[in-house]
Write a protein that binds this ligand. Structure first.
Ligand code: HEM
Length: 392
């Protein structure tokens, strides 16, 4: 097979360099510490490096150059299987989830889902999102530190239940809420069950599998909103600009705040495709059966792609658009996130309601780091902030 990236090619036999620890150790490190580990491995091994992941020790090739990522996102769906790449999510999502199927079946499921995420549909949800946001943020305590992530989770759960599932009946809402909370709180033990499917018939793993994970949309947006407030609270000038945008109902700027949070603090650190045939990437021939993984977190914090990546500058998304394949928080190609437009709409509506009311302050100046929570990365201390009524 001769799918090739634009990168200069050299040897086409060896696989890229990578970690040599036992598979179980690599798997646990990857599961729990990927946002710390992957930058270290990139510094050590270069732009392409490998890990081996349980249960079979499958080769995973992490990619961080835009041109290599482009090869993956533009390659044929018959060769780059995202459904198989996501197989680890099977117990969480249910095996028929759009995330877990490939080729024709994927195209069919995706086409069915598409209208629900279309622009006109999104505008229809906007008022309901705003109403639920007002009900939530009006209840926030004044002058007392709280975890923004917790409050945003509660809000986006309410939104997903009412907007996406159309649940408005109070009794049903009351039964669904705790179920969803149980699902979101996955620890390392449950994750082991993903890697070792035989565990899935037993105890906590079995219980966990009983609820399907289409609800996952809700937690990713909540995390993005929590990071927005975490970053704004530490930057008075950007906060003031965002408050002016909120007052002017300038959704473009508020959406740029969310995009910048998704760049600097991506909720999902990498996406995966399993190869059905060997593919040439970055001078290597990657064997069939391995997984190639565009590393969202690496490409988005590379100073070659985004100067001063540690800064928080929503203007990056207003003055110009980032170059292709350098901002990929929603993945790419035929598998790009269907909820991207919805999430950005939801984030700017919610930010507008918060920022029209409050000044936002951090509980301490040191920023929080990203902690792994199942397949997502969340603020380690819950994005602690306090709010006060707007002074100006
Ligand atoms: C900030 C919030 C969100 C982030 C960062 C996010 C991120 C992602 C990523 C990285 C993928 C995999 C893309 C790939 O493999 O190339 C994905 C897929 C998907 N997401 Fe999201 N997501 C978010 C919110 C949502 C929401 C709110 C929904 C629905 C209500 C949603 C529905 C989906 C679906 C259906 C897919 C599968 C697409 C396919 O396989 O064809 N997402 N998302």
């Amino acid at each position: 097979m001769a799918i090739a990236s634009d990168a200069p090619t050299t040897a086409r036999s060896a696989t890229p360099p990578g970690l040599r620890l036992p598979v179980l150790v690599q798997t646990l490190l990857f599961g729990q510490y990927r946002s710390w580990l992957l930058p270290v491995l990139r510094r050590r091994y270069g732009d392409l490096f490998t890990m081996r992941i349980a249960p079979t020790g499958r080769l995973v090739v992490l990619l961080s150059r835009p041109e290599d990522i482009r090869t993956v996102f533009t390659g044929p769906a018959t060769v780059f299987h995202a459904g198989e790449g996501n197989a680890i999510l099977g117990p969480v999502m249910g095996e028929h989830s759009v995330l877990l199927v490939d080729e024709d079946k994927h195209r069919r499921v995706r086409r069915l889902l598409m209208p629900a995420f279309h622009g006109t549909a999104l505008r229809g949800y906007q008022d309901l999102v705003a109403r639920l946001a007002v009900a939530e943020v009006d209840r926030w305590p004044i002058g007392r530190t709280f975890r923004a992530h917790e409050r945003m989770n509660a809000l986006t759960l309410e939104i997903i239940l009412q907007v996406v599932f159309g649940v408005t009946d109070q009794a049903r809402l009351a039964t669904l809420r705790p179920l969803v909370r149980g699902i979101v709180a996955i620890g390392p033990m449950i994750m082991l069950g993903w890697f070792y499917p035989r565990l899935q018939g037993i105890g906590p793993w079995k219980r966990y599998m009983t609820f399907q994970r289409e609800l996952d949309g809700h937690e990713t947006t909540a995390t993005t909103l929590a990071w927005c407030l975490h970053e704004l609270a530490r930057r008075p000038a950007v906060l003031a600009a965002a408050q002016r945008a909120a007052d002017a109902h300038d959704d473009e700027y508020l959406s740029a705040v969310a995009k910048e949070a998704l760049r600097k603090r991506p909720v999902i650190y990498e996406v995966a495709r399993r190869l059905t045939e060997p593919v040439d990437i970055g001078g290597y021939r990657i064997p069939a059966g391995s997984v190639v993984a565009p590393a969202i977190g690496l490409v988005q914090t590379d100073p070659n792609n985004h100067p001063e990546p540690e800064d928080f500058r929503p203007e990056r998304f207003i003055d110009a658009q980032p170059a292709a394949n350098t901002w990929i928080p929603f993945g790419g190609g035929v598998r790009r996130c269907l909820g991207a437009g919805f999430s950005l709409m939801e984030a700017s509506v919610v930010l507008g309601e918060v920022l029209r009311r409050y000044d936002v302050r951090p509980d301490r100046s040191r920023p929080e780091h990203q902690r792994a929570r199942n397949i997502t990365l969340v603020p380690a201390r819950g994005a602690r902030i306090s709010v006060a009524p707007r002074s100006a």
